[in-house]
Design a protein around this ligand. Structure first.
Ligand code: NDP
Length: 453
């Protein structure tokens, strides 16, 4: 089986050159699936893995727009429609200067398994642009979003492909894109999730990824008879996922001591309490400022700027019990993973997508810590997007308590599915294998049922 994995990876690299993040995501999944192929030769003969790594459709397009100075700007737009075996394509849009085809393919690939784990009827997709919303005026963001949607609208629809937010795409951007879709198509439908509450959005959607990642950590700790009460937690990022991760951790009695953005991180030994979190939410969501300003307001905290020449991230080098990486891919490398373990961290719940390199993942697995990979731990976001789709179809809205209860149950079910699947395939306690295999089996069986399409 090792030969098969090596051969497949050689083909993936040859066919998809210059896409290291995609190679990394495929390798992690394919290594887990070796355990399945041994028992199920039918998946191998139907070439399910070879099919699942090939997007069903890739859309790339030009997005011209005019900035406030009257200068023409050109960005590139993408939508990867990866797999529709379980339902319409579903997955976020990312606006960040680092966005390229390989990054979106890795995200779309992960999304297929994640959406399968939620048990909701959603296929996998991802999209976005190399547009950078940072430093742009609201009008510039609106013009960009409108131009982006003027092309994307041809390819999406409530029964075809339902995008949502991701890095750089929050309520403001979803609003501008929804408005343009509605105007061009002359229809008011649930074509995007993460919508405003007054116009089809779901309660708890903004909170869902962060809350879900904390619920997943709670379940992992529960499997050892422990809780989050009193635990010291490292959180990275300061965007949507980081904010609501912090909020839920505070509610459950944990202490959060770090937050970050791409320029640096803050360490607050006294803990980030509710007032301090409210300051961060206003700073990031309203004033669109930098996390550095935290130490101007709370001088007992320490700010450390990002050092691009360093081979490790000092945020992960503090004494703590739990870590919630909630910024971006590959933010924990092998050295960071070792630092975390050495500093006593034994719970890692990934709010971000693929925040840990393959080296780092192996260190967590060797040390047998409670490690919840992103496709399981951060599935709460897309799960509540799925619930938003259901509410839109029924043309009604559930209460905050009802959505939160459903989210909590979904996270509990994902956790037990991972645990049981890992046990069934002889790797107990390995949430990576559990998530990859459980996510894969449903998609693979649906693909076989639906024939060669
Ligand atoms: P936001 O844009 O709200 O926040 C992103 C945060 O991460 C910001 O603090 C940002 O800092 C930081 N960040 C982004 N890129 C980098 C980078 N290259 N290096 C260091 N820091 C960086 O995004 P979200 O909170 O929505 O997303 C965070 C992660 O969670 C992503 O991996 C996303 O894919 C994942 N995720 C999000 C879901 C959602 O529902 N929103 C669902 C599932 C996963 P700065 O402002 O300086 O760029």
């Amino acid at each position: 089986m090792q030969d098969y994995v090596q051969e497949l990876m050689a083909q993936v690299k040859a066919k998809n050159p210059a896409e290291p993040e995609f190679h990394q995501a495929v390798q992690e999944v394919v290594e887990s699936l070796a355990l399945v192929l041994d028992r199920h030769p039918e998946y191998r003969s139907a070439k399910i893995i070879e099919r699942i790594i090939e997007p069903e459709r890739v859309i790339m397009f030009r997005v011209p727009w005019m900035d406030d100075k009257g200068e023409v700007q050109i960005n590139r737009g993408f939508r990867i429609e990866m797999n529709s075996a379980l339902g319409p394509y579903k997955g976020g849009l990312r606006f960040h200067p680092s966005v390229n085809l390989g990054i979106l393919k890795f995200l779309a690939f992960e999304q297929v398994f994640k959406n399968s784990l939620t048990t909701l009827p959603m296929g996998g997709g991802k999209g976005g642009s190399d547009f950078d919303p940072k430093g742009k005026s609201d009008n510039e963001v609106m013009r960009f979003c409108q131009n982006f949607m003027s092309e994307l609208q041809r390819h999406i629809g409530p029964n075809t492909d339902v995008p949502a937010g991701d890095i750089g795409v929050g309520a403001r951007e979803i609003g501008f894109m929804f408005g343009m879709y509605k105007k061009l198509r002359n229809e008011f439908t649930g074509v995007l999730t993460g919508k405003g509450l007054n116009w089809g959005g779901s309660l708890i959607r903004p909170e869902a990824t962060g809350y879900g990642s904390v619920y997943f950590a709670q379940e992992m700790l529960g499997s050892r008879g422990e809780s989050l009460e009193g635990k010291v937690c490292l959180v990275s990022g300061s965007g949507n996922v980081a904010q609501y991760t912090t909020e839920k951790l505070l509610e459950l009695g944990a202490k959060v001591v770090t937050l970050s953005d791409s320029a640096g991180y803050i360490y607050d030994e006294e803990g980030i309490d509710r007032d301090k979190l409210a300051f961060v939410m206003d700073l990031k969501n309203v004033r669109r400022g930098r996390i550095k300003e935290y130490v101007e307001k709370y001088p007992n905290a320490v700010y450390t700027p990002t050092d691009p020449t360093a081979d490790y991230n000092p945020l992960w080098n503090h004494k703590a019990d739990c870590a919630f990486p909630s910024a971006t891919q590959n933010e924990i490398n092998g050295k960071d993973a070792q630092n975390l373990v050495t500093n006593g961290v034994y719970v890692v719940s990934e709010g971000a997508n693929m925040p840990t390199t393959l080296d780092g993942v192996n260190i967590f697995l060797e040390n047998r810590i409670l490690y919840g990979p992103g496709k399981a731990a951060n599935a709460g976001g897309v799960a509540v997007s799925g619930l938003e789709m259901s509410q839109n179809s029924m043309r009604l809205s559930w209460s905050r308590e009802e959505v939160d209860q459903r989210l909590h149950n979904i996270m509990k079910n994902i956790h037990s599915n991972c645990v049981q699947t890992a046990e069934r395939f002889g790797v107990p306690g390995n949430y990576v294998a559990g998530a990859n295999i459980a996510g894969f089996l449903k998609v693979a069986d649906a693909m076989i049922d639906q024939g060669l399409v």
